[in-house]
Design a protein around this ligand. Structure first.
Ligand code: SAM
Ligand code: ZN
Length: 343
């Protein structure tokens, strides 16, 4: 962990900003590597191991369940790759770090949505970015490659943050890692951007997590969300996908929300959102993904609209809102932290 991050940390016990300082710390390549962080205000101490501080002071039963599920998966992976040569083991673990084990679909969706939202965000080198539920940090690395100071957080080291070095090595970037729960973030209000991909649907309480995301942003800072499932009034596939995932992954919290629920939760967190038509769907309708579009009546209609002059309506705020309300699709949004007196 870089020493500069210390000023952005907040003690998860007494919630004092900037009160954590290194104790008996082993430094490796100029980074805090093994030791602990101690709060000068309340005396609480948090372990820091392999560069990752554990700032989840009191894990909730949901977090404990999720951690247990990942620890079990890690054991299964370890047993499966045990007999492989070290280089092949590394390839297999990198595959997991890059989410390739979830199938090409998720990777393609994520890459296209991130690439598509970046021109709207216009990030600048040197900005501080915090990612919530980053997994291995495979998407954090994209922001780091643009010169941002990035911090990947997750509740689990197992099969998540402990895989980050493979990503950093391959993409030749650095980002910090912190064990943190998005419902109670151990950070002060110092970030220009908070980024979330496919993690908020694990939140125990969407509104509370969005409030936390807003709290750690600087005034005028922005939350960027991609890849969260959203169901519509007509198209419920986002909900079906989540319900299936909940059945397949006992112990892991899974929820789907509709457009109104997202809007309400964002506004309740003093965030002003702009929803974008998800770039992945645009690429799919333009037949740029190399994947065939399913031939339901709804998608046939969508393709007809796409080829007509009505297409430009899709990109207006009202057009996107109506489409998302009816069809859901996935969430792709930028929300600015509102400052001043709420109206
Ligand atoms: C589907 S994965 C998405 C990972 C990555 N963001 C991506 O897009 O590939 C969801 C991640 O959320 C993390 N997560 C679940 N509950 C969390 C919580 N309360 N706080 C922070 N992260 C959490 C999980 O450990 C997991 O890594
Ligand atoms: Zn403290």
């Amino acid at each position: 962990m870089r020493k500069e991050l210390l000023q952005l940390l907040r003690c998860p016990s007494c919630r004092r900003d900037g009160s954590l300082s290194p104790q008996r710390m082993h430094i490796r390549e100029d980074k805090l590597w093994e030791g602990s962080l101690r709060c000068s205000a309340c005396g609480a101490s948090y372990p820091l191991s392999e560069g990752i501080p554990d700032l989840i002071a009191d894990p909730s039963p949901t977090v404990l369940n999720e951690r247990e599920a990942y620890a079990k998966s890690k054991e299964e992976v370890a047993a499966r790759i045990q007999a492989l040569a070290p280089a092949t083991k590394e390839i297999e673990l990198r595959r997991i770090a890059l989410m390739e084990h979830t199938g090409e679909q998720f990777q393609l969706t994520s890459e296209l949505n991130l690439e598509g939202i970046l021109p709207h965000v216009r990030p600048l080198p040197g900005m501080w970015l915090l990612e919530l539920g980053a997994g291995s940090g495979w998407l954090t690395s994209r922001w780091a490659a643009l010169g941002l100071s990035c911090v990947a957080t997750d509740i689990s080291k197992d099969l998540k943050l402990d895989l980050s070095p493979l990503i950093m090595k391959q993409r030749r970037v650095y980002f910090d890692r912190v064990l943190a729960d998005m419902t109670d973030l151990p950070f002060a209000a110092g970030f220009d951007l908070v980024f979330v991909s496919a993690s908020l649907h694990h939140a125990e309480n969407l509104g509370a997590s969005l409030c936390e995301a807003a709290r750690v942003l600087k005034p005028g800072g922005r939350l960027v969300v991609i890849n969260e499932p959203m169901h519509g009034l007509l198209r419920r596939s986002g909900k079906r996908f989540i319900d299936q995932a909940a059945e397949d992954n006992p112990g892991i919290n899974e929820q789907s929300f509709n457009y109104f629920q997202w809007r309400r939760a964002l506004r309740g967190a003093s965030l002003s959102p702009v929803f974008l038509f998800p770039p992945y769907y645009a690429a799919m309708l333009q037949e740029q993904t190399g994947r065939s579009v399913s031939s339901t009546r709804l998608t046939k209609l969508a393709r007809l609209i796409w080829r007509s002059p009505l297409k430009r309506l899709v990109y207006t705020r009202t057009g996107t809102a109506i489409i998302q309300l009816l069809l859901g699709m996935n969430v792709c949004l930028i929300a600015e932290k509102r400052t001043g007196i709420p109206r």
